[in-house]
Design a protein around this ligand. Structure first.
Ligand code: GDG
Length: 753
């Protein structure tokens, strides 16, 4: 993806807004699928220099190359058969979908589904991060991609990230059932703005964040605590009810062919007095069974005459490989068959059941032909069918029966609102709709149309993106300082000149890492042997006036004392700066103590309580172990069984969020909680102060030494040992070169050349 263009606005959704069409010659043509989201995006994409869409192209296996369709750059993400089974049909549609829709059916859960959900989310996140311009905006859509915001943020802290959930967000009591619920919340909180359809969804989300993560929530603002060097951030949650491209619908309703089609449809149905319509994906959330039950009863008790009134039920095929959907289809078709068998007049159905898709024009004709539309969802994010019906009736005729459990009920207050679980209420609402006088219909439609036409999908998208823009500037990239990259090495004359100047400085501190600098790295850490020439030079340097020497290591202090074998005139700092040994008499210990580095009773208690909590986590994940160091508590997960390592680390990081005064460093199979706010850089700075040094020399080979190189000032000398990007100004090759350098310094300082 390296050579691709970068985009200011990138939409990420499970599906690309296109369908593949195979041409007679076998070639593939991409046809844009005319959904509301595409239209909304087209309108906002016109206002940015460059926009793109990242998503799955719809067929399993390798993704097609990026391509353009209808003026958009599309970046396909691959999903293989396992991803489709576990990420899409599994975790998305058999776990999250039922759970987020009030557990209308039991959510299924399998741990391998989660694993695949994570890996698929990562693929979408990587693809989006790779094509977004610096400072750009990424808008992530829907429940299939809830981990994507955080994944993008960890790679691209410079971009604005929005997330919109098209489906409901469940109450905390239900959401709590979700295994991995906190990871999901944290995934979402990677966004700057998290949007929902209804106010109740937003409030449910905020309640879950407060109760399950314990984060501070102030009205709409969640403060995500920092971890390690990462600063706390604010995330805004907001309500943005989605809508339609109302103008496109209006244009269709004015098309004479479609008007004629609507008339024809009624005729084809036997010119009944009333046409009642249901349009749904064949999904258990849509309340199709409840609707059919009510309809069957109305026919049974004679309230409806099937010769006068026909129910047209469009049930668009959906998720047919997921068990609950197969079952639903069987049940619905059995019920429709029974009702038709019992009530249909010869040659005409009582229920015209259509299990297939129709094009937009036919859909509009159906809406225009329908006297009543029944929307009986048991739970629905918004329900666009309700809004489409309203937008399709410029004649102000028709009645909308609308479930109060659909998001649309918040806006379409003038509809006949029903509780679809109450079959009696549903029946009487249907009858009332069928007998509603025209003036009353007009009044209702006028009110509903005002609502729908005033808030189209373009304004929805604009509103969301404006709010995202207002959330604030993204964090400037906190790239580490690099003075030398890769193996770039200034010539030795420069280093020698710098060393001479340093040797001439009245008071100097010579500080060095141990492993890899004074001693070659060996596999067995206990078998480490320092280079005798380096040790000799340091011993002599420490005797000279105006010179202080310090060793700064990641090893525990005791371990360092044991292996370095240094005289007491050398200051020793262990555990990456968290442990400071007894200071030689010529260092001003009080200056050191004034820092935040040393342990006191409060810090000791804090470390012990962290260790207890980590032990608790370790007990739940066999094989995980806790180590208590002088200034830190450490969770080791190397030997944890199965998923234990990941889960224990996750639990530890979650715990870390609530510990503002602790420096948490996640490493490979280890998480270290240091109660002393220091690293090698703070330690060396404090030692420099304590030595009243005019200049420092620091030698290091490790990433943790970069903390020292980063704090060095003019006149100081940073020397990186070995390859790699570094903030040091000089580079030498290995431990022998270190010995040469120290001996040379000794010569220069003593004047014995
Ligand atoms: C999710 C949320 C939220 C249906 N059959 C055909 C067809 N459709 C169109 C409808 C409508 C869309 O599909 C369905 O939208 P809904 O909003 O009703 O429901 P979901 O598919 O579940 O969508 C939902 C939505 O996201 C947007 O945020 O409102 O709550 O669940 O536009 O007209 N379109 C065509 N042929 C069909 O046979 N052309």
């Amino acid at each position: 993806m390296a050579s691709q263009e970068l985009h200011d606005l990138v939409v990420v959704a499970n599906r690309l807004p296109v369908d593949a069409k195979t041409l007679p010659d076998g070639a593939t043509e991409w046809v844009t699928s005319p959904g509301g989201l595409v239209t909304a995006m087209e309108s906002v994409m016109r206002n940015v220099d460059s926009a793109a869409w990242v998503g799955w192209a719809g067929s399993p296996g390798e993704a097609p190359e990026p391509f353009r369709a209808d003026g958009m750059d599309l970046y396909p993400v691959s999903l293989d058969a396992t991803d489709i089974e576990k990420y899409y049909e599994g975790f998305s549609n058999a776990t999250l979908w039922p759970l987020y829709h009030d557990v209308i059916v039991d959510p299924a859960y399998h741990r391998t589904w989660w694993d695949t959900y994570v890996s698929a989310n990562r693929r979408f996140a990587k693809a989006a991060a790779a094509v977004t311009a610096p400072g750009g905006t990424i808008w992530v859509h829907d429940y299939q991609l809830q981990l994507v915001p955080e994944m993008i943020r960890s790679e691209r802290p410079d971009v604005r990230i929005g997330f919109f959930n098209h489906i409901p967000f469940p109450p905390v009591e239900l959401f709590s059932q979700l295994p991995k619920r906190n990871q999901v919340l944290r995934g979402l909180l990677g966004a700057d703005l998290v949007g929902f359809q209804r106010e109740s969804d937003t409030l449910n989300f905020l309640a879950s964040v407060r109760h399950l993560l314990g984060y501070q929530v102030d009205q709409r603002t969640v403060t995500v605590p920092g971890i390690g060097a990462v600063e706390p951030r604010d995330v805004i949650a907001g309500t943005f009810p989605i809508s339609l491209d109302t103008q496109a619908v209006t244009e269709l309703t004015e098309d004479p062919e479609i008007k004629e089609r609507a008339r024809q449809l009624r005729h084809d149905l036997g010119d009944p007095e009333n046409v009642v319509l249901g349009v749904d994906r064949l999904d258990y959330t849509k309340g199709i069974r409840h609707r059919l039950k009510a309809w069957g009863e109305l026919l049974n008790d004679g309230s409806i005459d099937p010769r006068e009134t026909v129910l047209v039920q469009v049930a668009t095929p959906s998720r047919e490989r997921v068990d609950a959907y197969r079952q639903l289809r069987d049940e619905v078709e059995l019920t429709v068959g029974r009702i038709n068998g019992d009530h249909a007049p010869i040659g005409r159905p009582a229920i015209s059941y259509l299990h297939r898709s129709f094009n937009r024009r036919d859909m509009t004709a159906l809406y225009m032909a329908a006297d009543v539309v029944l929307v009986t969802a048991l739970r629905d994010g918004m329900n666009l069918v309700a809004k489409e019906y309203v937008a399709s009736r410029p004649d102000l005729r028709g009645v909308l029966v609308l479930s109060e459990f659909a998001g649309a009920a918040d806006e379409l207050r003038a509809a006949l609102l029903v509780n679809p679980h109450d079959i009696d209420e549903l029946k009487s609402a249907a009858l009332r709709a069928l007998s509603m006088p025209e003036e009353e219909q007009e009044e209702m439609m006028t009110s509903l149309r005002r609502q729908v036409l005033d808030h189209d999908v373009q304004s929805w998208a604009k509103h969301f993106l404006d709010e995202l823009e207002a959330v604030g500037e993204p964090a400037p990239p906190s790239a580490p300082i690099i003075r030398l990259s890769g193996d770039e090495t200034p010539d030795t004359a420069q280093l020698d000149a710098a060393l001479e100047a340093f040797a001439d400085t009245p008071r100097i501190l010579v500080a060095s890492d141990f492993d890899g600098v004074l001693a070659p790295i060996v596999a067995d850490r206990d078998a480490v042997q320092a280079n005798p020439r380096s040790i000799g030079a340091l011993r002599e340097l420490t005797e000279l006036s105006g010179v202080n020497v310090a060793l700064v290591s990641g090893r525990a202090l005791e371990d360092l004392q044991h292996h370095a074998g240094m005289p007491s005139s050398v200051a020793l700092v262990g555990s990456h700066g968290a442990e400071v040994g007894a200071l030689p008499s010529d260092l001003h210990a009080d200056v050191m103590d004034a820092g935040t580095m040393t342990m006191d009773e409060t810090r000791q208690n804090l470390r012990d309580s962290i260790a207890r909590r980590l032990q608790h986590i370790a007990d739940q994940h066999p094989g995980a172990e806790v180590e208590v160091k002088p200034a830190s508590a450490v969770l080791h997960t190397r030997n944890a069984k199965g998923r234990g390592a990941g889960n224990a680390t996750e639990a530890a990081l979650e715990f870390a969020r609530g510990l503002p005064d602790v420096t948490v460093t996640p490493g490979k199979e280890v998480v270290e909680f240091s109660v002393v706010d220091s690293h090698k850089g703070t330690a060396v700075r404090a030692l420099g102060r304590a030595a009243a040094a005019d200049a420092l020399l620091y030698l290091g080979d490790d990433v943790t030494d970069e903390n020292v190189f980063a704090i060095l000032e003019d006149g100081d000398l940073g020397v990186k040992v070995g390859d790699g990007d570094t903030a040091a100004a000089f580079r030498i090759e290995g431990t022998d070169a270190v010995a040469d350098l120290l001996e040379r310094l000794l010569e220069l300082r003593t004047g014995e050349e």
